[in-house]
Each structure stands twice: as C-alpha cells, then as structure tokens.
Design a protein around this ligand. Sequence first.
Ligand code: GRF
Length: 199
Amino acid sequence: MTSKLVICASGDGSNFEAIVRASRSGLLQAEVSGLIVNRGGIGVLERAERLKVPVAIISPKGFASREEWDAAMVARLRTWSADWVVLAGYLALVGPQVLTAYQHRIVNSHPALLPKFGGAGMYGDRVHAAVLAAGERETGITVHLIDEVYDRGAILAQERVAVLPGDTPELLAARVKTQETAFYPKVLNDLITGRITTG
Ligand code: GRF
C-alpha cells in the first residue's frame, strides 16, 4: 500500500512542491494527501492550489487553547490517513498530542548541519547569517525526526553544501535550498521504503 504523507508548512513552499512533484514522478514512493498550514497569505498556498493538493488552515489562533488546536491537528492527520508527517518550513512547535500519535513518524528538514545552527529562532536567513558569521567552510542540510524541542530529534541524514568566498546569507540560502529540494524527497523515500529506520 502506498504511504501517505501530510506536509505542514508556513512559508514559500519550495520543499512542499519538490516533495509533491517527486511523489508524482515516482521518485518518492508516497502520496501527498494534504497540506496543513498555520496561517494564511503564504506562498505555499498558491503552490497547493496549482498542484491540486487539499489544504487545511489550522492556526492556534482559531482555538480556545493549545490543546484544542493540537487535537484538531491530530484529527486532520487521521482524516487524511497520514502515515508520515512531513514538516517543510513549518514554524509552529508541534503539540504533544501530535507527537504522541505520530511518534517516530514526524520528519523535518533543517538548512544547516545540526546540531550546529539549530534551536528556537534559527530559521530562514538567520541560520545562514550565523553560519557565515562563524566562518564555517561548509554548511548543509539535516533531515531529522522531531520531538518537543526544536531541532533536537534523531538525525536521519545529512548532506554537505560548500560555503563560497563572497557568500551572503541570501546566496547561501539559495544554494542550500536548491540542494535541499532534491535531498529531502530522496531521504523521505529512503525512510518510507525502509532504507533508513527510525526505531
Ligand atoms: C527550508 O530551508 C527548510 O529547511 C526550513 O525552512 C525552509 C522552508 O523553505 N525548515 P520552503 O518554504 O520549502 O521554500
């Protein structure tokens, strides 16, 4: 049976689109059953419309408590029969009910070589600015499981990206993103087909 993925995103959605395309070309042996976003007005929504992927906007602001929001997330993941929850630039902390319901089944991609340059507030160009400020010669991509602390879950796979002379956070971000949109779907496929195990 084909594995079903639900993607969660909060931004532009280039990884979302790469994963959907990989699933449709057969590079990724899975089906994307839906997209969950935590806010409106973001680029990923246009991509979902163009690619005809069902969308749910589940914002914590729409619920009386974090618990109700968390429960709504679990309900939607069940409705879409998620086998895997794939975070792709999702900026909300996943709640304890989702973590329990999908233990070892929630994956994230981080645009640096964790454990370096991760943690709360480390997203977007801030990550790449920190890499450059530290004088690193290489950075990369880390695909990892998630738990209740940002960027701390078990590392599943990493790929290196060179830092080049003259790099700015924007240039480095673009180079990492190009590589990430190929790497993330490939690692997801390894995970889904059992080449990488999560315990
Ligand atoms: C990616 O670089 C990912 O590593 C990070 O957020 C970014 C999302 O970019 N978690 P996009 O929305 O997929 O374009």
